[in-house]
Design a protein around this ligand. Structure first.
Ligand SMILES: [Mn+2]
Length: 501
């Protein structure tokens, strides 16, 4: 009887131990998710949320967030604050998982151990908590610790309270030094970036926007390229984070940066010559004429040597082309490193307000850009934007549309296209009206021969001449049999072009 009771005690205590073991085991295996739980907190509260399993939960693996019907009204209200779906952003973990969107050939590349360190400089103005901190966490979680010197957050005079004390105490707890620097008054992107660069210590300075997410392996190829050649300024491929759903969508390695004569930054397909130069290897960096501006890495000393940014530029606009022209004209190289992917929330409208309005600031910045870096090419800019300053009309058509005078400026290019921005004058049938189609550079229906004596523009494929729009049949010019009449005479106003033309 006593023996039986003894057995019961042993059995009961072992059961307790087994349960305790199981409890401990479960507790510690869950613990890697404890940090995640902490990081999901918004500044306002310590609301306990269920621990997310990785790759589940809203927005994990870069999946789109769907807002339930009943919250749609509130969602629309919140959208206005930052011009992106703030409600969706706040539902997503600050350290959400993302897919590995790199080309297969990138995943197996090996980089040297002794890469330079980088400081990551992020300028923000009234940024949302969730997007700003998601940027910071993605940098920390996806950068090798020994390459990351620090993160410098430069506050360009934000008004929101949570970006003051709460931000400072939050970043203090992170495992990488994060410094918050304040501009005393609204200074604009350039001056804020320069201040961030000045206080940072890494050999390389990496600028990021305040609503980005870095993906696995983003940093190593950027730093490796700068180590190879310190005069190379490098940009990652900029992936798209949807402003509506926060879905993560891989950007293309087949587009690079250019600009039009209004001095707007534009994406264009990577030309064949650049594919040939890389012998078809898409994992090699692409030389790009310009950068989008928000995301790039540059060697600290080289940044000084080229004179950094034009500090006379206000708020933003034009600074990305300015630094692109500066780099190329000061003996450097600008590249998109196709093995590096960073996501960015692209917005349809700017949430920022500027003294004097956005238009004026961008015009002023663009004038500085044109005057400093473009030599005679600046004429293209002034011609195409006559409201900006010295008005000088060159090949233009004026047409009346609903009582409003519309100026359109076309350039007759060395390839014999009649072009405005990236659209070309195209005609596809005899006696047909002209249309504007994307320039294909294959001549065909976009090839025009100008006769400087007869003043005609002959459409080569059809042998017909460009003729003025007639009152009765159309609003736009057409091609008709060449008659030598006045309605087929076109004056090309010249701009002085440099020797290379
Ligand atoms: Mn941005």
């Amino acid at each position: 009887m006593r023996k039986f009771a003894y057995c019961k005690v042993v059995l009961a205590t072992s059961l307790v131990w087994v349960l305790l073991d199981m409890f401990l085991l479960l507790y510690f295996s869950e613990c890697n998710k404890c940090d995640e739980k902490k990081e999901r907190g918004l500044p306002a509260g310590d609301v306990l949320e269920p621990v997310q399993k990785p790759h589940e939960g809203p927005g994990e693996m870069g999946k789109p967030v769907v807002i339930p019907k009943e919250d749609q009204e509130k969602m629309k209200e919140m959208f206005k604050i930052n011009q992106f779906n703030l409600m969706a952003s706040e539902m997503i973990a600050l350290n959400r998982s993302l897919p590995d969107v790199r080309l297969e050939g990138c995943k197996t590349k090996v980089y040297p151990d002794n890469l330079p360190t980088t400081s990551v400089v992020i300028v923000f103005h009234n940024e949302a908590w969730s997007t700003l901190l998601r940027t910071v966490h993605s940098v920390i979680n996806r950068s090798p610790r020994h390459m990351l010197e620090e993160i410098v957050l430069v506050d360009d005079a934000s008004e929101r309270d949570f970006l003051k004390r709460p931000l400072e105490s939050y970043v203090k707890k992170l495992k990488v030094p994060v410094h918050v620097i304040r501009m005393e008054q609204r200074s604009g992107l350039i001056r804020a970036r320069l201040k961030g660069a000045a206080v940072s210590k890494g050999q390389v300075i990496t600028f990021l926007d305040a609503h980005c997410e870095c993906t696995v392996g983003w940093l190593e190829p950027l730093l490796a390229r700068i180590k190879q050649d310190r005069k190379t300024v490098v940009c990652p491929i900029i992936d798209v984070i949807s402003d509506d759903t926060f879905e993560y969508m891989a950007g293309s390695d087949m587009t690079y940066g250019g600009f039009n004569w209004k001095l707007n930054f534009r994406w264009y397909p990577v030309p064949q010559r650049e594919m040939d130069r890389r012998k078809g290897d898409r994992t090699l960096p692409v030389r790009t004429p310009t950068m989008a501006g928000g995301l790039f890495s540059i060697d600290r000393d080289y940044f000084q040597e080229i004179g950094t940014y034009d500090a006379g530029m206000d708020i933003w606009g034009g600074e990305n082309l300015e630094i692109s022209f500066r780099i190329w004209q000061c003996g450097g190289t600008l590249e998109i490193v196709t093995c590096s992917h960073v996501g960015h929330v692209f917005r349809k409208a700017t949430p920022y307000t500027f003294p004097g309005g956005t238009g004026q600031i961008i015009n002023k910045n663009n004038r500085r850009l044109a005057e400093v870096w473009m030599d005679e090419f600046k004429n293209f800019f002034y011609i195409i934007s006559p409201d900006i300053g010295r008005i000088e009309h060159w090949l233009y058509c004026d047409s009346l549309h609903g009582g409003m005078l519309v100026f359109q400026v076309f350039s007759y290019t060395a390839n014999k296209e009649i072009r405005t921005d990236d659209l070309c004058l195209d005609v596809s049938k005899l006696n047909g009206p002209v249309t504007m189609l994307k320039c294909h550079h294959l001549k065909g229906n976009q090839l025009w021969e100008y006769d400087p004596v007869k003043l005609t523009l002959q459409h080569v494929n059809s042998n017909q001449c460009l003729d003025k729009a007639t009152e009765e049949d159309s609003q736009v010019p057409s091609i008709r049999d060449c008659s030598g009449g006045r309605s087929q005479q076109w004056l090309l106003r010249n701009v002085t072009l440099p020797e290379i033309f």
